[in-house]
Design a protein around this ligand. Structure first.
Ligand code: HEC
Ligand SMILES: [Cu+2]
Length: 355
């Protein structure tokens, strides 16, 4: 590119960087998303050039001067089959490619760290299972799969981290999830990309990707004293849930230990996996799916528990599951063993990530 003036070149490079037309690739899926994007752009430009060339060439070659007498063609099956099957083949390649990428983006690996994000006019509230809370900021360790469980407290929002090539709707009344694994420590934009009211443009924040040792120091320095599960346990007692869910054989409600992520058989014979969404729904609308062998006597808690409270309860019920507890412990010890060897720079530990 040396034949371009160095000033112009510098300007172009800076413009591309500053205006974030092309944000950095900072997650494991970013290069894959970009590859698909460029292939689509490339295919579109190729199609455009083919059509343009034909328009120009044909309008010269078959102009009235050269061909005063029109020749009528009654169609050609071969031609039509060709221009149908070739694009069909091309589009199917993109369909399969896109679908594979989609599954990759939306199926978090089972060892992911969980983070809850509640969207509300006009901020992102982040809750870590360890009890760390933040607003318009998300601190995560590099190189670990992170699963974000999203919900909105009011209108539709959209959780977007361009550098990770990740975007997912935050919907009122329903959990959605998105997963990513950051590859480079640094500070990245977090946006709401769904117009959600007058101050929508202010619904922005930063994602801080930290080395495991910095992250551990941050997590230790920012606990609110109680984990989400501990808050949930308190709420469970104060709302009287344990009156029916005591775990005793005589209890009127099902035992909630080890229900998380298991397949529940319902009274109508169907089954459902007791994921976060199922647990939340069971608290708000217990009659919508009644487990087999139980009477629909649980009262609805609609309007009585905030989204934050529901997250606490869900985390508490999850913490009753031994597999989930083991996973949490493994996540923790993996982070701490990464910390054991080199002594981390504590100046970076407060979340002042490198640019
Ligand atoms: C009056 C007794 C009662 C109270 C109080 C009660 N539950 Fe329930 N709960 C039940 C019964 C009975 C079922 C199963 C039938 C149904 O879903 O309606 C159930 C089902 C559930 C389920 C689904 C479990 C599964 O195996 O599918 C969850 C989760 C749950 N309750 C959580 C709670 C929470 C959290 C509270 C407190 C905010 C609570 N319950 C309060 C009786 C109760
Ligand atoms: Cu928004």
């Amino acid at each position: 590119m040396s034949h371009i003036s160095p000033v112009l070149w510098e300007f172009l490079v800076n413009w591309l960087k500053r205006f974030a037309i092309f944000p950095p690739e900072a997650s494991t899926i970013a290069p894959y998303a970009d590859a698909l994007y460029f292939a689509l752009v490339g295919m579109t430009i190729t199609g455009l050039l083919i059509v343009l060339t034909m328009v120009v060439v044909f309008s010269i070659r078959y102009s009235k001067d050269r061909h005063p007498e029109a020749i009528q063609m009654e169609g050609s099956t071969l031609l039509e089959a060709t221009w149908t099957l070739i694009p069909l083949g091309i589009f199917l390649v993109f369909f399969v490619w896109g679908a594979l990428l989609y599954f990759r983006i939306f199926n978090a690996p089972p060892n992911s760290m969980n983070v809850y994000v509640v969207g509300k006019q006009w901020m992102w509230k982040v809750e870590h299972p360890g009890g760390q809370h933040e607003i318009d900021a998300l601190h995560i360790p590099v190189g670990r799969p992170i699963q974000v469980t999203l919900i909105s407290q009011d209108v539709f929002h959209s959780f977007s981290i361009p550098a990770f090539r990740v975007k997912r709707e935050a919907i009122p009344g329903r959990y959605t999830t998105v997963y990513f694994q950051a590859t480079t420590p640094g500070k990245y934009h977090l946006f709401c990309t769904q117009y959600c009211g007058t101050q929508h443009s202010g619904m922005i924040g930063w994602v801080y990707v930290m080395t495991p040792e910095d992250y551990r120091a941050w997590a230790a320095g920012n606990t609110s004293g109680a984990s989400l599960a501990q808050n949930g346990e308190r709420l469970f007692a104060s709302m009287g849930c344990n009156a029916c869910h005591s775990g005793n054989a005589a209890a009127r409600g099902p035992n909630l230990a080890n229900v998380y992520n298991t397949r529940i058989r319902l009274t109508d014979g169907s089954t459902m996996v007791a994921n976060e969404a199922y647990l939340r729904e069971s608290i708000l609308n217990p009659s919508t799916h009644v487990p087999a062998g139980y009477a629909p006597i649980m009262p609805t808690y609609q309007g009585q528990i905030s989204e934050d409270g529901l997250i606490d309860l869900v985390e508490y019920i999850k913490s009753l599951d031994s597999n989930y507890r083991i996973q949490q412990m493994m996540n923790k010890s993996e982070l701490s063993s990464a910390q054991a060897a080199p002594v981390g720079n504590t100046a970076q530990a407060q979340g002042v990530a490198k640019p």
